[in-house]
Design a protein around this ligand. Sequence first.
Ligand code: ATR
Length: 282
Amino acid sequence: MHIDGSTKILGIIGDPVAHSLSPAMQNAAIIAAGINAVYLPFHVTPPELGDVIAAIRTLGILGVNVTVPHKEAVIPFLDEIDAAAKIIGAVNTIVNRNGRLVGYNTDGIGLLRSLRETFSFQPAGKNIVLLGAGGASRAAIVALAEAGAASIVVVNRTLRSAEQLIFEFADRFPGCSLRALSLSDEGVPDCLSEAHLLVNSTAVGLHGESFDISIVEHLRADAAFCDMVYASVATPLQQEARRQGLTVMDGRGMLVGQGEEAFLLWFDLAPPDQIMRKQVLK
Ligand code: ATR
């Protein structure tokens, strides 16, 4: 990497941020593409957020990724919000277009990209079970429903939160059958057995914990399983799925997918093939 007077600056803002794999992943792609840019981690606490966004304009920073806890809070500081980010209600990528800061959300489209690369999975006409009804679940629903999923069943510990999501999205995606179920509902095993794709959008498993009910044993042998959790040791759910012969895409798949989509937005250039994936798997 060669830094000179015209090197563009990008980065990630979050609290914490030191654990992020994005700097290594994005810099690997920047170098491979021969772009004169550098991507840095910025530790930004909530009270600093407004000043930091103003500094992006002042310093001419080309773009940033936004991570926990700023994905929703950043919205009022931006000049424009892309349609998908608006529906999802969260921004994970900012592009500085000549001083105008535009907010995007590449989590959902990144999920689709990584599903395509890992499983050759196309959502059109498919049945999907989504565990969890938080922020990560919103991005997944919007992307999967927009891509033509036949049905999405949101299964959540707290039924009310899943119902609220369905209520919010039902009118927007009339072609997709949206249902909410409690994790303890006796209909859950049937939904799982009809699913082409299971997505875990909760953080369950991050610290070795399990769901209270059996999940993967109900899945078909050809079902795809995407777990947004990435832990240094495979989670109990991931281990069980692998024992059953299923292919598992863990949180690294989505990290790569969202990163590749962000790269495309900043540089208007497809990221060099497989570079980010190789860097993250290293
Ligand atoms: P994020 O924005 O990252 O999606 P979140 O909004 O805190 O995070 O959502 C966490 C999701 O994980 C919720 O759907 C939560 O279920 P509840 O709505 O019942 O809280 C789910 N979750 C967290 N811990 C869980 C557990 N031990 N078992 C089942 N679901 C759990």
